[in-house]
Design a binder for this molecule. Structure first.
Ligand SMILES: Nc1ncnc2[nH]cnc12
Ligand SMILES: [Zn+2]
Length: 341
């Protein structure tokens, strides 16, 4: 009988993607297509010229391009097309549930109506389970380098329009914009019955992880890799099983870690932390969730058991309903049996 090495497809188990910025799924080809559709003159002559800019030195160097490229997102249809393209690709890579973050302030601040961006993304998510087999939730992320007043203003508008958001997040330039800046925003979100997550410990120090937990009451930490610099914090995160949505390729491309071989994910897993694997901004960082798994496996030789644990962590840490979680955990167990056999 012919035997096969482990394929890229089997390297990735079925997962819940918990750390995904929909604007970070905007591929260069779609940037050009939307620019043409909307009559927008891009500052790049062609795809090669744009792609040459995807060499980042830190988070801010990425954010500059990420925000600039959003100029092509103008209509509800643009946001819906962007979201559908992500869902199709994610489903092909094993994503079975996704909690999509979007950055409303990044659109409102350039004159796009809140309804346009929210309704566009939400319309694609509404049919996602039926069309792609991917259940989904929407999370409004707030830009930490803007004021808390701006965030509160947008949150109130989202609540007033009964936007279909399950929670709020906190992203953008981390260092110098600690979680403590957003205590009122998170209190308001809690009052409104929303889930709460925040980026912390990506470029910022471990103290930002404490602040996100203790001052904002977050249920999950996005990234959190710098917790490894503080053993007391690691002990607490393990004891409380706080989910950390880790994004290995993102961390390498933004130079939070030097190489994938230096990435702390295997050590985090070994320490008993509740870590999952996510893509963050796949159009910018060289891969979707399945690519993250495939490259991790190539470098770290994670066992099928390790990968199944990363996948079950993602499902258990999601905000999906209990029935959906049970369904997905059964799929992970089945994958593990097949992958380990
Ligand atoms: N990795 C990241 N960190 C902070 N803000 C972001 N916005 C989009 N991707 C981000
Ligand atoms: Zn992120």
């Amino acid at each position: 009988m012919e035997t096969f090495g482990e394929s890229t497809a089997t390297a990735a188990p079925p997962v819940a993607e918990l750390h995904l910025h929909i604007e970070g799924t905007l591929q260069p080809e779609l940037i050009f297509a939307l620019a043409e559709r909307n009559g927008i003159q891009l500052p790049y002559a062609d795809l090669d010229e744009l792609r040459a800019l995807y060499e980042f030195t830190d988070l801010q160097s990425f954010l500059n391009l990420y925000y600039a490229n959003m100029a092509v997102l103008q209509t509800e249809q643009d946001f819906a097309d962007l979201t559908r393209a992500y869902l199709a690709r994610a489903a092909a890579g094993g994503v079975r549930h996704v909690e999509v973050m979007m950055d409303p302030q990044a659109h409102v601040s350039r004159g796009i109506a809140l309804e346009t961006c929210v309704n566009g993304v939400a319309s694609a998510l509404t049919t996602s389970e039926e069309e792609f087999g991917v259940s989904s939730l929407l999370i409004a992320a707030f830009l930490r380098d803007m004021s808390e007043e701006s965030a509160l203003d947008v949150l109130e508008q989202l609540l007033a329009m009964d936007a279909p958001i399950a929670g709020i997040g906190l992203d953008s330039a981390e260092v110098g914009n600690p979680p403590s800046k957003f205590e009122r925003l998170y209190r308001r979100a809690e009052e409104a019955g929303l889930h709460r997550i925040a980026h912390a410990g990506e470029e910022g120090p471990a103290s930002y992880v404490y602040e996100a937990l203790d001052l904002l009451g977050v249920e999950r930490i996005d990234h959190g890799i710098r917790c490894m610099e503080d053993s007391v914090l690691v002990d607490r995160l393990v004891a409380e099983q706080i989910p950390l949505t880790v994004c290995p390729l993102s961390n390498v491309r933004l130079r939070a870690v030097d190489t994938l071989a230096d990435h702390p994910l295997p050590a985090m897993l070994a320490a008993g932390l509740n870590v999952s694997v996510n893509s963050d901004d796949p159009a910018y960082f060289g891969g979707y969730v399945d690519d993250n798994f495939a490259q991790l496996v190539a470098v770290h030789e994670l066992s099928a058991r390790d990968r199944a644990r990363l996948a079950s962590n993602s499902v258990r840490s999601s905000f999906a309903g209990e029935a959906r979680k049970a369904e997905l955990l059964a799929e992970v167990a089945e994958w593990e049996k097949a992958a380990g056999a």
